[in-house]
Design a protein around this ligand. Structure first.
Ligand code: NDP
Length: 337
């Protein structure tokens, strides 16, 4: 059983060498009398929240990785053996698994069964998985969007952002996205249907830049990056605007958070800013699937993935998120079904 092991707590930017490959043996049979399942991992998800898990912390909504242990995260897998009444051999599932070829999952209740339908399996760690629910809950539940409103999305070409932009267009908002390369900006405009997009790395003055794209101000900001971008957004928000604080990736590798001075605008402009974590919205999953699946099948909502091949490529794929190397949702293909 090939595995990716977490070496030790990280400070600053993570490196490939913070993880290493090893091999162990694993029984492909569930222990007698246990309610566990044994799965073969097919796709693994690289997600930004995995960086905070690489630091030692006790005050997060999710525990740190343990040095010397297998990295864990979302994945799509096939059940090889099951002691649990809800799962049978051959079932396809998505949920929390290990960065290894095979995993013994002792609490399979948290896994979702993948219905038999004709969409790519990898979508269950992207548009039909955690990032999908994040975009859905963050945009519809937290931002209370209305037709015609002005929406801004940062890290807009990524796993979550590309969906938020498309959801905003579905209900008739004006939406602008930012991303870190020309290729990504082109995707935003030509593939995902954003009204406008810009490369934030080319902008000297973010306040003036946002003023250019939103002369009347921003009603809704879907926050993925934090820091100076959040500060510039606060200066450009409209009265009674909403901010869904989804993530702040620009801060994850810093010892001390930087760059936000305009917080008084929250009061002056009566802005509602709410943080949220996807895990608190998984009860909406059936409702979300009902909404998204027809859109996906009809091509009304599209999804771009960046697929790295082989378990060995997982460490490099994960750290690539923090320099923007991924174009779209970063997935690792471990094995085909
Ligand atoms: P992405 O697919 O968007 O990948 C991360 C992207 O972030 C990179 O491609 C890069 O794109 C951008 N980025 C990296 N470093 C910086 C930086 N210093 N400043 C600005 N942008 C940067 O990831 P996701 O869509 O999965 O996640 C997006 C955000 O949503 C993250 O903050 C994540 O933590 C958060 N999140 C929160 C969840 C929740 O439950 N609250 C659930 C899922 C995600 P670029 O080239 O454009 O710079």
């Amino acid at each position: 059983n090939k595995q990716v092991i977490f070496r030790d707590y990280v400070s600053g930017f993570p490196k490939e060498s913070d993880m290493y490959m090893t091999t162990s043996t694993i029984s492909l049979k569930v222990p007698e009398g246990s309610k566990a399942v044994v799965v073969k991992n097919l796709y693994l998800s690289c997600d930004p929240y995995m960086r905070p898990r690489m630091s030692y912390t006790t005050d997060s909504y999710i525990h740190s990785f343990k040095p010397g242990s297998v990295i864990s995260g979302y994945g799509v897998a096939k059940v090889l053996d099951s002691g649990h009444p809800n799962f049978s051999k051959g079932d396809l599932v998505w949920g929390f698994t290990g960065w290894e070829e095979y995993t013994l999952i002792t609490a399979p209740e948290s896994l979702f069964k993948i219905p038999n339908n004709d969409v790519p399996l990898s979508y269950y760690i992207g548009i039909l998985g955690m990032p999908g629910i994040t975009a859905y809950a963050g945009f519809y539940e937290i931002c209370s969007p209305k037709k015609g409103e002005y929406v801004y999305v940062s890290a807009a070409s990524g796993a979550v952002g590309q969906l938020v932009g498309q959801f905003a267009k579905l209900i008739g908002c004006y939406v602008v996205g930012s991303a870190g390369s020309k290729e990504k900006v082109d995707l935003l405009k030509n593939k995902f249907g954003f009204d406008e997009a810009f490369n934030y790395k080319e902008e000297q003055d973010l306040v003036a830049c946002l003023k250019r794209y939103f002369p009347e101000g921003i009603d809704i900001y879907f926050e993925n990056v934090g820091g100076p971008m959040l500060d510039a957004v606060l200066a450009n928000m409209r009265v009674q605007g909403r901010i869904a604080a989804c993530g702040m990736i620009s801060q994850y590798n810093l010892d001390k958070p930087v760059g936000v001075y305009n917080l008084m605008n929250i009061i002056k402009k009566q802005i509602k800013m709410q943080g949220f974590v996807a895990g608190s919205y998984f009860h909406l999953y059936p409702k979300f699937l009902e909404m998204i699946l027809p859109h996906v099948k009809e091509g009304k909502v599209v999804y771009v993935e960046d697929i790295a091949e082989g378990l060995e490529s997982a460490p490099q794929a994960l750290i690539g998120l923090f320099s923007g190397r991924n174009v779209g949702k970063q997935v690792v293909l471990v094995a085909r079904e």
